[in-house]
Design a protein around this ligand. Sequence first.
Ligand code: AMP
Ligand code: MG
Length: 487
Amino acid sequence: MKALDELTFDNRFARLGDGFSTHVLPEPLDEPRLVVASTAAMALLDLDPAVAETPVFAELFGGHKLWAEAEPRAMVYSGHQFGGYTPQLGDGRGLLLGEVYNQAGEHWDLHLKGAGMTPYSRMGDGRAVLRSSIREFLASEALHALGIPSSRALCVIGSSTPVWREKQERGAMVLRLAPSHIRFGHFEYFYYTKQPEQQAELAEHVLNLHFPECREQPEPYLAMFREVVERNAEMIAKWQAYGFCHGVMNTDNMSILGITFDFGPFAFLDDFDAHFICNHSDHEGRYSFSNQVPIGQWNLSALAQALTPFISVDALKEALGLYLPLYQAHYLDLMRRRLGLTTAEDDDQQLVERLLKLMQNSGVDYTLFFRRLGDESAALAVTRLRDDFVDLAGFDAWAELYKARVARDGDDSETQRRERMHAVNPLYILRNYLAQNAIAAAESGDYSEVRRLHEVLTKPFEEQAGMEQYAQRPPDWGKHLEISCSS
Ligand code: AMP
Ligand code: MG
């Protein structure tokens, strides 16, 4: 276990130089204080969890202090936002403080979001509010606990600094961890600004540090792109299987590592709704829940375009062709497991689709349905769940197919079925209304609810004593919350 001053830095991205990022110091928050910290994320840096409660922790992650070896940099990138190209974006309010390596030899970027203005702030104030920082923190750690690849979050630091959004709020910082903060948009920036040398340098950097196994392949860059395609297919399959809606899948928010990244107006589905749009500025539903699948491919095509200096168009197209079949295979595999099935049959896709249609028509809670399905034998579970459906005949027909399918899958005891299903079907997810409750308390200075919710979400598959209130459908007020897109 390490103390805060024992972190070891190796700032590999900063060494790429000024063409890639700009040196900027964090702008401190007034009266910084710990809102919440993740013990699991601290362990990634070998940090003793007790240090979170020390004043120096809030000072470091509230922008007041810096390690001597930290080299805070704002990264430059660009990207396609809602389908249109924006030539220059970049870290407008976040800073890569440096890269820390742990005892296992893993490198973690320390990225401080809400750290003040940078050359890339455009019209923004460089700040992040408490509300959005808490949401990013909770989502990062909750997705990770569900087994969905994601950037991690070390802590949220609150403050008394006023920040103006629709109304006056308080500034906060969230410390994000990821093996890299390089986005699709980094490659697009050097491609569209016609800087082939820098682009080659970036590609070498990513290949060497993050895809070293691709070096062994006959065409290392192509192997790397294929890997990016595969990781994205798997990540998005998990989003769809667990009902996660990202909300702003612009290419500047897509990590080159295939991890969920840059949380904004995200949401987990309460009632199943394939057409759900969590981002209220997304009037066309470009990033609606079901559109995430084709948008994943669209984003990969945008990255492919930026890689045309290194890889032939035919090879890129072939690699892009892997996305959909891989996505479908991962998705179906997960959905089979969510249904408690251990074997594969041709009609399973249809079984899933029919169920989702019924859930859509009846507004059935997506998370609780699967959890309850595993509570008891298939026959008993469907009898109990039947009441949630409006189209009873439709559900009965599905239930007959499902029971027959379960019977063909093979015999196992009710206990085995429950254990297997509960291990993939969470009881607790980050429902918008739960986040909202925690945020309201935190805004009035009480951080106990954020901390409790975070704790519950770190073990989403385990029933936790006294935590029933976190495993409920939303109350009426919490059903269709308008989450502000400003952050
Ligand atoms: P986002 O939609 O949050 O992914 O952000 C898009 C771009 O706007 C990125 O370049 C951000 O760094 C920048 N940005 C967002 N909010 C702010 C802010 N309050 N101040 C400065 N830049 C911002
Ligand atoms: Mg972003």
